[in-house]
Design a protein around this ligand. Structure first.
Ligand code: MN
Length: 710
């Protein structure tokens, strides 16, 4: 029964155990006994065909065995445990992967020709989900081969199911084969799916091509004879030269671009030249261009700049003998293998080391935004070494991502540990801002529920609901935390604006002024663009309404312009008369504190707080009167924060302060048991802000004590 598979394994020099192969064929045959395919064939024909496709691709032996068994668990009474008992753990996990993939179905039907950006993203998410569920690239390859054989026998199904399978193939399987660089499978899947998805267009293209192809073939035949002579004359060794017909779906796409004019499609037939070395490729190109005039804009160097999926070749299109145009592709055997087999090319058995596979070193993947994950995949595969090969086939580059569904079946991709709130903000900012709760798989869950792969999540909203600062402690995505922060920033701005306006209006009224007395001069004095910004400053307590009215009534009262936020001003102390001074370390006086200077010979003045124990004990003769220079200071205040240890605590504190535009002079933290003690020096412009800051810090989760030090 498995003679054909054996023949292919031998042909591809794949190491295998004939006993295990015979056992698997027999096992599958018995399991599917009596079952029939829609074509009327005995069911076993299908797993055999899938295994043959994979053997043709040169896949390693376990993949072949798993292909033979791939439908047993889903369609017969065989259990995974039984598979493991008979064939081992690796085969079990492959069969399990294929079975899991059979359970998922991409049921959304889109207009393939005109996907919106959002639909595009969703289809892309499904492809990633597909890979994540597969967990092993070999599972994906079995699934692709399975799909290919199902398409080959699709004629026996109803037109509706033909169309559904064909569309799913074009949306999911073809792009996956393409991304994995398996050109051979991609082309076969695509042409078969095209035939069932757009039967009329397919027939049209077939007819058009058949009218032209003989003519083109003639041209190709002539070139196929003349080129080898040309290359031999130039001492270039040729491994193979072949003519190949373009496949129908790509002709269909090209026809659409060229207004249906098939004469504008030059590569209905192409010539492929395979030469030993990369340098030979360029030599061939030169020799051909000497003889045949190229179409300049159609010379493509995919060796220097490979396609995103790793494809390498030189392409050129030339005027043949009688002026007919033909495309020529030039590549090495390695480039050819990789173009046809992609990732699978790297399974090819290496005869010098038994049971060891060649190392995957595809450095040519070009990073392109939307193909970023393909690059990740390639990177993940690079780590291959002989022993770890099978381990490295695991698709773990999605290990930190989960895939969840909306009740309508839309699929979303989130980082591991994400909560329903992250999901809500991913769907829409307004949904996040009005979140009241979530149902996961039909049940109400906690606010900080951690979503799991394949959860179906429904967000409950209410027009009156508002975000809570507490959310910042558990949301996982930067999108969610940014949205929450900006909501609060806006919200508090509006509050401050309103209260600032009220304060100022009543103050102005009290001194017989109105808002119309605030002119450009006043606005520029306070470093603001408009009256709204001025109200916000007053509301935030950064300036007082009295400062504003004073400024209007007597422009001379304040000589100094309010320092702009970005400029730090020096702390100036009156009474030091040009002597050097420093702030005492023992009591760390802050702007506003009562202070006394202590004169040390040769060292200038040390400024202490008046009630500092050190100063009280000292010689009163050495004390000198000092005071703060007003209006030019930034208060530096040491703060102590005690909190329960947790990850993200420091981040939360610094976020909060940064949010309030408070500079942190220094910060030190240490662990004491399960407690974190943080000492920091914060810099604020107004003392009145201190209690507000302390209060805010106390609002951070797990913080239980905040106080000013000394
Ligand atoms: Mn199958």
């Amino acid at each position: 029964m498995c003679k054909e598979i054996e023949r292919k394994l031998n042909q591809k020099k794949i190491a295998y155990d004939p006993n295990v192969l015979a056992k698997a064929c027999d096992f599958a045959g018995k399991a599917h006994e009596g079952q029939k395919r829609a074509t009327g064939d005995p069911y076993i024909a299908h797993p055999l065909a899938v295994a043959e496709i994979l053997a043709d691709m040169g896949m390693e032996f376990h993949t072949i065995i798993a292909a033979l068994l791939h439908d047993t668990v889903e369609d017969t009474s065989i259990s995974l445990d039984e598979i493991e008992k008979q064939f081992g753990k690796d085969i079990r996990s492959l069969v399990n992967g294929v079975t899991k993939l059979s359970e998922i179905e991409f049921s959304r039907q889109y207009q393939l020709e005109s996907l919106t950006e959002r639909q595009e993203m969703e289809v892309e998410n499904f492809r990633k989900f597909f890979l994540a569920i597969a967990e092993d690239l070999r599972v994906v390859l079995i699934k692709l081969a399975d799909r290919l054989h199902n398409l080959e026998t699709l004629g026996a199904k109803s037109p509706a199911s033909q169309k559904r399978v064909a569309q799913e193939t074009l949306e999911i399987y073809v792009p996956l084969a393409d991304r994995l660089g398996i050109g051979q499978l991609k082309v076969d899947l695509e042409d078969l799916a095209f035939r069932y998805f757009m039967p009329d267009e397919y027939q049209k293209v077939r007819l058009l091509v058949s009218e032209k192809i003989d003519d083109r073939k003639k041209n190709v035949n002539i070139l196929q004879k003349s080129i080898p002579r040309l290359l031999t004359k130039n001492q270039i060794k040729v491994i193979k030269i072949e003519g190949r017909a373009k496949h129908f779906y790509s002709i269909y796409k090209k026809l659409k671009k060229s207004d249906g004019d098939i004469d504008k499609i030059y590569d209905l037939m192409a010539i492929r030249i395979i030469v030993p070395e990369e340098s030979d490729c360029y030599k061939v190109l030169g020799v051909i261009h000497q003889q045949y005039k190229p179409l300049i804009y159609r010379i493509k160097d995919y060796i220097a700049v490979p396609k995103p999926n790793g494809y390498k070749s030189l392409h050129t299109t030339v005027f043949g003998l009688d002026g007919r145009i033909t495309e020529i592709q030039i590549r090495t055997p390695k480039m050819h293998d990789e173009a046809e087999m992609g990732i699978a090319a790297h399974w090819h058995y290496n005869q010098s080391k038994s049971k060891i596979f060649s190392v995957f070193t595809r450095s040519s993947y070009a990073p392109k935004n939307d193909l970023e994950w393909v690059k990740q995949l390639a990177e993940a595969q690079k780590g291959f070494n002989d022993k770890e090969l099978i381990e490295n086939l695991k698709i773990d580059f999605f290990h930190n991502r989960i895939f969840i569904f909306s009740p309508k079946g839309n699929i979303f991709n989130l980082p591991e540990g994400a909560t329903p709130i992250d999901f809500a903000y991913l769907v829409h900012t307004e949904i996040g801002n009005h979140y009241v709760g979530a149902k996961v798989n039909g049940k109400i869950v906690n606010l900080n529920y951690k979503l799991e792969n394949r959860d179906i999540v429904e967000i409950l909203t209410s027009p009156k609901a508002k975000p809570s600062r507490d959310w910042l402690n558990f949301v996982k995505t930067s999108g969610a935390s940014q949205n929450i922060r900006s909501w609060f920033r806006k919200e508090s701005r509006e509050d401050n604006l309103k209260s600032g306006e009220e304060t100022l209006v009543s103050k102005l009224k009290a001194v017989g002024l109105t808002l119309s007395d605030i002119d450009e001069r006043i606005l520029s004095f306070f470093n603001v663009k408009n009256t709204d910004d001025l109200f916000v400053l007053i509301g935030e307590g950064q300036i007082t309404s009295r400062q504003v009215t004073n400024r209007i009534l007597d422009p001379g009262t304040e000589k100094q312009k309010r320092p702009s936020k970005t400029k730090r001003t020096e702390l100036v102390i009156k009474g030091t008369e040009g002597m050097p001074y420093r702030l005492a370390k023992c009591c760390q006086p802050c702007y506003g504190d009562k202070i006394t200077g202590y004169v040390t010979q040769g060292q200038g003045i040390t400024v202490h707080r008046t009630n500092c124990a050190n100063i009280i004990r000292n010689n009163p003769n050495k004390l000198t009167e000092v005071s703060w220079q007003s209006g030019s200071a930034i208060y530096q205040i040491p703060i102590l924060v005690k909190a329960k240890n947790r990850i993200g605590l420091l981040k939360d504190i610094t976020y909060l302060l940064t949010d309030k535009k408070i500079n942190i002079g220094s910060i030190k933290s240490k662990h004491e048991g399960d407690m974190t003690v943080i000492e920091m020096l914060i810099e604020i412009e107004k003392m009145v802000l201190l209690p507000i800051v302390i209060n805010n810090l106390l609002g951070i989760k797990d913080v239980y004590e905040v106080k000013r030090l000394r």
